[in-house]
Design a protein around this ligand. Structure first.
Ligand SMILES: [Zn+2]
Length: 170
């Protein structure tokens, strides 16, 4: 009897382990899909120096919003403005901000969602992601972050951590 119970228990444990493993493989596959999509969308940015993409996904892996860095609608994004940092910085929306604002424009909630980004979010976007109710941020293992953003990324990671967001690299 005891042997039967332990065999059954072992089988159950093995099944659970297998399901856990399948689950991990599946979510790894979806992580890579959404990160690739974010990467693709980053290519739509006209910014000559930095191209960032963001895909916000709901709990059933449905895409709720996307964004890339660029000027607001109606603001001329010519090369003269885009290649001059002093003109560009006050005008540009970051990818995460655009994804959040596109959702706001059509009345869609991002509460409980995961944001896939090609870069770790900056402090400006971290604030918005927290306030929009995003609960998880995923960015690639290898993201080529320029030195000038490093201190800001450290602070945003700290901020998101303190607010209870899960931050991971995939
Ligand atoms: Zn940002």
């Amino acid at each position: 009897m005891a042997k039967m119970v332990s065999t059954r228990l072992r089988e159950k444990t093995q099944t659970l382990r297998l399901l856990g493993w399948i689950g991990e493989v599946m979510s790894e596959k979806w992580d890579q899909r959404f990160l690739k999509l974010a990467e693709h969308i980053s290519g739509w940015s006209k910014d000559p120096s930095t191209k960032v993409g963001c895909v916000v996904v709901g709990e059933d892996r449905e895409i709720r919003s996307t964004g890339f860095n660029g000027f607001p609608r109606g603001i001329a994004d010519d090369m003269e403005r885009l290649s001059d940092r002093e003109q560009k910085y006050p005008l540009i929306c970051h990818a995460e901000e655009n994804a959040i604002m596109h959702a706001a424009r059509i009345g869609l909630s991002l509460k409980g969602c995961t944001a896939y980004v090609t870069w770790p979010p900056c402090t400006r976007c971290a604030r918005s992601l927290i306030q929009a109710g995003v609960i998880e941020v995923v960015y690639p293992q290898e993201s080529d972050v320029p030195e000038r953003w490093m201190a800001d990324f450290e602070m945003s990671t700290q901020m998101m951590g303190e607010a209870g967001l899960m931050i991971r690299q995939a």
